[in-house]
Design a protein around this ligand. Structure first.
Ligand code: ADP
Ligand code: ASP
Ligand code: MG
Length: 469
């Protein structure tokens, strides 16, 4: 749809009645100028609460379940009361109770079976986004902007990878035309749940933690939107995580590639897969602060005229370094590496960094902490014989590490940058364990000891003068 603006409000941007009112006001303001569809996250901390409740159910902890359900009810009931005038409240409150009832029913099933099947988790956790879509749509209607809540599982069609599903764009496009476009044509603001979708045969799925950004970009691509605005709680994409580095600056413009590298390497401000659906259509994205909407934010664009070298540094803590080494020279290290990577690909594990020593034939790779278990299972199965007969040394795992990444288009044009960065990190007495430069030359990844990570991030920020815009 021509001129369509897709806006996404993150958890803190819909975290209370007053934040929902701000979100509604920002939506109303834009929708007076052009068609607007919005995507909402669950209220802040609610997804964690829902997932925690399901863990209690699996463990048979009934007191834990009751306490969490009470907190879930109280938060949404209070918000509903504060948000809406009395004459509109009853119907919405009934909707809130209905959704919490759906959640409770699934949780009780889990408690009965002492099991937490991924498919049911996805169905249940979507209740967080469905609750906030209900409330935000009600708020818009109460304040005079006609809106309708839409459950994304009627629109976003995905594969069946529960917990980390990928969109199927053609069927999604078709559903978006059937379900969302008519609302826009009638002058309504669709308030679509972030984070969730469903398989073609209707089984609910989710897009991975932080996935509402991705939902917004999927919907923007499916509806041929003109722009995407991602409203969050900081002024845009910054030169580093503002919680780690004091003198960060907001980047006024970054490329899709830079933003994607930053997100993949731990900058929580964007979900790593957000940019992919937008690249073909070159739909620009803004990252903006709903707590300071007058600030310009960061514009994410297909390309920028002048590449500036290093732009930002990111870090990731929950990672593990897995090392493999053949025990005898007869076994080709490259072949072991190929089989290891193949085994990991088959269980959908992502390799964050890979580093090898051709002389010792050994290699190591970095995976996310939560993917360590499937990684080890896959490797031990794929190399069972070699491990049993001692052709490959026992697999070594080091969880006491962290990843730091320096990102920027045109870093290859800055000779000596890598050397300076390594020196700056060493000066802080932080050990560098492995280095991986992405083939795009957009990113230098450095694995360091976990307890030196923050120090290293600050040292790199200083050395590359990232605090000077
Ligand atoms: P939302 O709930 O709106 O999706 P998130 O918590 O997922 O928000 O992401 C925003 C947070 O990302 C910020 O509060 C900030 O602490 C963190 N962050 C990490 N790295 C960066 C960075 N380079 N630039 C901006 N924010 C960052
Ligand atoms: N509510 C989901 C989460 O916390 C999705 C999101 O907020 O983007 O992961
Ligand atoms: Mg987020």
């Amino acid at each position: 749809m021509k001129d369509l603006l897709v806006m996404k409000f993150g958890g803190t941007s819909v975290g209370s009645a007053s934040r929902m009112r701000v979100a509604a006001a920002l939506t109303a303001q834009e929708s007076r100028k052009r068609p607007v569809a919005i995507v909402v996250s669950a209220m802040s901390k609610i997804t964690d609460l829902l997932l925690g409740t399901m863990r209690h159910a699996e463990a048979g902890d009934h007191a834990g379940i009751s306490a969490n359900l009470a907190a879930l009810r109280a938060r949404h009931e209070d918000t509903c009361r504060e948000l809406l005038p009395e004459d509109r409240r009853t119907a919405v409150m009934a909707g809130v109770h209905g959704l919490i009832g759906e959640f409770e029913r699934i949780v009780n099933g889990m408690a009965l079976l002492n099991e937490r099947p991924p498919r049911s988790v996805d169905e249940a956790v979507a209740v967080g986004e469905r609750l906030s879509a209900l409330l935000v749509a009600a708020c818009l209607n109460a304040e005079g902007t006609p809106a309708a809540a839409v459950n994304a599982w009627e629109v976003v069609v995905t594969d069946a990878v529960f917990g980390n599903a990928s969109p199927l764009m053609e069927p999604t496009r078709q559903k978006a035309r059937e379900k969302v476009l008519p609302l826009l044509e009638r002058g309504l603001v669709p308030v679509i749940t972030g984070f969730n979708g469903a398989t073609a045969d209707g089984r609910p799925t989710t897009l991975g933690r932080g996935g509402s950004d991705f939902s917004a970009s999927i919907l923007a691509a499916a509806l041929d939107a003109a722009e995407v605005w991602i409203w969050t709680d900081v002024d845009g994409i910054m030169s580093a995580d503002p919680r780690l580095v004091p003198d960060v600056v907001v980047l006024d413009e970054v490329t899709y590639a830079e933003a994607a590298e930053l997100a993949y390497n731990g900058a929580k401000v964007l979900h790593p897969r957000t940019l992919a659906p937008l690249a073909d259509k070159r739909i620009p994205v803004w990252s903006k602060n709903s707590f300071a909407p007058e600030k310009p934010g960061t514009k994410i664009v297909p390309a920028i005229a002048k590449a500036n070298g290093a732009r930002a540094v990111t870090s990731m803590t929950n990672v593990a370094l897995v090392s493999l080494e053949p025990a005898s020279a007869e076994l080709s290290g490259v072949q072991v590496m190929a089989r290891a990577l193949d085994a990991m690909a088959r269980v959908d594990v992502e390799v964050l960094a890979l580093s090898s020593s051709s002389y010792r034939q050994s290699f190591c790779f970095l995976v996310r902490g939560e993917e360590l278990r499937p990684t080890m299972q896959a490797l031990e199965a794929a190399l069972a014989l070699e491990l049993a007969h001692g052709y490959v040394k026992p697999i070594h795992v080091d969880e006491n590490v962290g990843l730091l990444a320096i990102v920027g288009e045109g870093m290859q044009g800055k000779p000596g940058l890598a050397g300076r960065v390594f020196t700056a990190i060493s000066r802080e007495q932080v050990n560098i364990i492995a280095i991986a430069q992405g083939s795009s030359e957009l990113t230098i990844g450095i694995v360091v000891r976990r307890d030196g990570l923050e120090k290293a991030v600050r040292a790199v920020h200083r050395e590359c003068e990232l605090g000077k815009a």
